[in-house]
Design a binder for this molecule. Structure first.
Ligand code: URA
Length: 201
């Protein structure tokens, strides 16, 4: 019986070698790494960002640049050890100039996230930013009217969804990078993040 680590390694191998991925050529031309994810392979909580930035693509590690510093502050604010969580992104390769992911990229990279969710089987997914919010809400069967609401309406909400393996709670958060450009958002992010605490103790 393969372990979660074995199954996650298969995803890594596929991402490393699949030359049909839309950002594969951009990755290899720049000597970047795909950013698969990091943390506990048995995590109760999965955090899903948008796509790697340059620091992440250069190291292969999620949220290790400026946005990662803010994410670390959020973990510290609820006394949660980051190694107990699994942190990943919807898109596994850095988009040029950190532009928004394209629909086709979400279509191709999204199934890798679904596989990761179904291997780790978290009870809670915290979405960081509007792209992962929308994707995970759809995955968890959260429908209208929430599905088409904006992140400024939904942030801080705890939504009860369903995964094939059981109930899945989705917690909607702003992307940590939003607090780099708008310092006033930091207290909101901290207050929203506090909602995670009851699920991870
Ligand atoms: N922003 C993201 O969405 N993910 C990262 O890994 C880093 C920055």
């Amino acid at each position: 019986m393969p372990t979660n680590t074995d199954l996650l390694r298969q995803i890594k191998d596929d991402l490393l070698t699949n030359s049909k991925l839309p950002l594969y050529e951009y990755r290899t031309a720049n000597h970047y790494f795909p950013v698969i994810g990091e943390g506990s392979h048995e995590a109760k909580l999965l955090c899903v960002g948008e796509a790697p930035g340059e620091t992440e693509a250069k190291t292969g590690r999620p949220f290790c640049g400026r946005a990662g510093k803010i994410l670390d502050e959020l973990f510290a604010s609820i006394n949660l050890d980051r190694s107990k969580v699994y942190v990943t992104n919807l898109i596994k390769d850095r988009p040029p100039t950190n532009r928004d992911p394209l629909p086709y990229e979400i279509e191709v990279y999204g199934p890798y996230l679904v596989k990761q969710i179904e291997i780790i089987k978290p009870r809670i997914v915290a979405t960081l930013g509007r792209f992962s919010m929308r994707f995970v809400m759809e995955y968890a069967g959260i429908s209208e009217p929430q599905l088409s609401q904006t992140i400024s309406k939904l942030h801080g909400q705890v939504l009860e969804g369903q995964a094939p393996y059981g109930p899945l709670t989705v917690i909607v958060l702003y992307h940590p990078a939003a607090a780099i450009y708008n310092q006033a958002l930091k207290p909101t992010l901290i207050a929203d993040f506090a909602k995670i605490k009851q699920y991870v103790v």
